[in-house]
Design a protein around this ligand. Structure first.
Ligand code: PMT
Length: 398
């Protein structure tokens, strides 16, 4: 069932490290190519030779040793992996990855990979329940990392509670389920824009809007999990790009325009960003002094990125958003036609729990074929799934 899949198993230093040998053996029996990276601590519990014998591949332990083969160099494993499985995942590895620490072979490889990563958690109950640990788990989950939660039971330290490594059979089943999950966007290239843009007034000030990037990032994350190759072009936000996306940060609308134009060779383009429509005419290279009681400024129009893409598009499915405060239907339908879109996602940004900087949205989708679908309030991740379902349908119809 895992025939030909390249799975990198990271073994970290916990008593459950010996169970990782069973996991590797089961993965091999399913036909996977397994590459094991051990942390230094884990080698105190199990010998690398054990994993080498079972995986039939050289086991990497030390970042600085002479490579036995260049194929095991960390960037090469990071690229080759179809999936990473960290088993057992201790509080230490969770803390390191959650905080961007890359100081050994396993953490540098994890930092460099775009493959999905599963952590099979195992640790003492008190460590597991520790709020720092729980907040690190949440942080990683928000980034798109997957957790295989520990079971409750009697732990090696004598404590009773949650923290016991999940059954190896269940861990391997999770990996099998991952690959068995339908991936309707497999192989499709999707360009997504998200967040606001900023237009500088002087070196210390800019104009922008309330977009947090949550809507666009949710679409990017779900698209990756459905097998798409995702490029995310984003204005400045507080969010971390989902694992697995090719991320291009931009600042101004002109930057976003240029980045989009350079990345048009895709199957689908979804424009969830809120680019500033205007920029100041005369940028002041010095800080503007507050001398006058009233100050005025001239603005000029920024390029309309979506409109330009609509003019240039060939085979691409093009999805736009409409952020409105009144006449939502009329304005959204106008944009649908004027910008040559396949469908448009309209949201009234004055409504509670919809639009800017909230985790939920209330949208109506207008299709170029005249179909209208109105949805109740739901998480932006659910809105993302609805949008991607429609995209998958459109791709199928082609
Ligand atoms: O980021 P969040 O906090 O999660 O908020 C989500 C959102 C409200 C930003 C999102 O749901 C949304 O509505 N995005 C579109 C915002 C917007 O700019 O809407 P608009 O109606 O002004 O623009 C219409 C379309 O043209 C949009 O797809 C927009 O990306 C695009 N556009 C707009 C201006 C411009 N210069 N170039 C563009 O491509």
């Amino acid at each position: 069932m895992l025939s030909g899949k390249n799975i990198v198993v990271g073994v970290t230093g916990g008593i459950a490290a010996y169970k990782a040998a069973d996991v590797v053996s089961r993965l091999k029996k399913q036909g996977a190519n397994v590459y094991v990276i051990m942390t230094e601590h884990s080698t105190k519990f199990v010998q690398p030779l054990t994993f080498q014998s079972i995986s039939q591949n050289y086991v990497v332990t030390d970042m600085f040793e002479d490579p036995k083969t260049w194929d095991v160099e960390h960037i090469s494993l990071a690229k080759r992996a179809d999936l990473f499985l960290i088993v057992p995942a201790t509080a230490n590895i969770i803390g390191k990855v959650a905080n961007g620490i890359a100081d050994d072979m396993l953490t540098t490889t994890l930092m460099a990979t775009l493959a999905p990563v599963y952590f099979a958690l195992a640790m003492n109950t008190k460590m597991y329940e520790n709020r720092i640990m729980q907040s690190n788990v949440k942080k990683l989950t928000d980034y798109g990392y997957q957790m295989i939660l520990p079971e409750s039971g009697r732990l090696a330290c004598g404590d009773v509670g949650a923290g016991k490594l999940a059954n190896p059979e269940l861990i391997v089943q999770t990996v099998i389920d991952h690959f068995a999950r339908p991936k309707p966007l497999s192989g499709k290239r999707i360009l997504i824009t998200a967040g606001p843009t900023r237009e500088a007034i002087d070196p210390v000030r800019y104009i922008t809007n309330h977009s947090s990037g949550k809507m666009g990032y949710a679409i990017a994350e779900k698209a990756v999990s459905q097998g798409a190759q995702v490029t995310l072009i984003s204005g400045p936000t507080q969010l971390t790009p989902p694992v697995g996306v090719h991320y291009i940060p931009v600042v101004s609308t002109k930057d976003m325009f240029d980045a989009v134009m350079e990345n048009l060779d895709v199957d689908v383009i979804i424009k969830a960003a809120a680019p500033a429509d205007y920029k100041v005419v005369n940028y002041s290279s010095e800080k503007i002094k507050k001398n006058d009681a009233v100050m005025s400024m001239d603005f000029e129009k920024n390029p309309d990125i979506l409109k330009r893409v609509g003019e240039l598009k060939k085979h691409q499915i093009l999805v736009g958003f409409a952020a409105e405060t009144q006449n939502v239907e009329a304005y959204a339908k106008k944009k649908l036609i004027e910008k040559n879109l396949d469908f448009i996602v309209a949201n009234d940004v004055t409504v509670k729990n919809a639009g800017f900087d909230v985790d939920t949205n209330i949208v109506t989708i207008y299709d170029k074929n005249g179909k209208t679908d109105a949805y109740d309030c739901m998480e932006k991740s659910e809105v993302a799934l609805i949008i991607l379902d429609k995209v998958a349908q459109k791709l199928q119809e082609k």
